[in-house]
Design a protein around this ligand. Structure first.
Ligand SMILES: [Mg+2]
Length: 205
């Protein structure tokens, strides 16, 4: 039985924080896990900037409501679900991602939670589980699934390491240099063809 773990931002949908940076004009919000691999450091940085600029959860909802999945992502996901169980493992927050989930036809999503104060500003966040991407993949393998993981950035490395097969989707140049061993694809069509081959070879082995 196949199970495919997909990252969300950068694989199926655009980066929420980058879109927020564009909408608010706050350049510092452009930093992502690609720039600051330490997630806690990155999140505290983002929360500080949001509070300084009095950005509310409603502003973030407005941004996400106006976003679309990456081109080809919806068709890819619906193809993938026919041949594999699919779980999205993301470091985003449920409160942010919710408006996008209906556009993706409500896939299974494991992610974190954000804390909102009485002014509707972000006051903190709660990880669902420390290093959940690694633990999830390891657990699925223990449940006798053949696991393929697809990610685009540094926060995906632990799930890529644990998976039976790992693929990078449009990774940054620096990550390609650091992890040349992982196959990489640029489009969902390319990813589909790659996974068809992976699943075929898993059946044969
Ligand atoms: Mg990503």
């Amino acid at each position: 039985m196949f199970l495919t773990c997909l990252d969300l931002e950068g694989v199926l949908i655009p980066e929420i924080w980058i879109n927020l940076a564009v909408k608010t004009g706050i350049e510092e919000l452009n930093l992502t896990t690609r720039d600051i691999p330490d997630y806690d450091e990155l999140m505290n940085h983002r929360i500080g900037i949001c509070r300084k600029n009095q950005i509310r959860i409603d502003d973030i909802h407005e941004v996400v409501k106006n976003m679309n999945p990456l081109e080809g992502a919806v068709d890819f996901l619906s193809w993938l679900k026919e041949g594999s169980e699919v779980v999205i493992l993301s470091d985003t927050f449920r409160e942010f991602a919710q408006p996008m989930m209906s556009q993706l036809n409500h896939p299974t999503l494991f992610c974190h939670n954000i804390h909102i104060d009485s002014d509707r500003q972000i006051s903190g966040y709660q990880l669902r589980l420390q290093d959940q991407k690694r633990h999830a993949v390891r657990s699925f393998i223990n449940l006798n699934f053949k696991v393929t993981a697809v990610g685009d950035s540094y926060n995906d490395l632990t799930m890529l390491e644990e998976a039976d097969h790992a693929v990078l989707f449009r990774p940054p140049d620096q990550l390609i240099k650091e992890k040349p061993e992982y196959p990489r694809v640029k489009t969902h069509e390319e990813l589909k063809k790659h996974l068809q081959n992976v699943f075929s070879s898993m059946i044969e082995s």
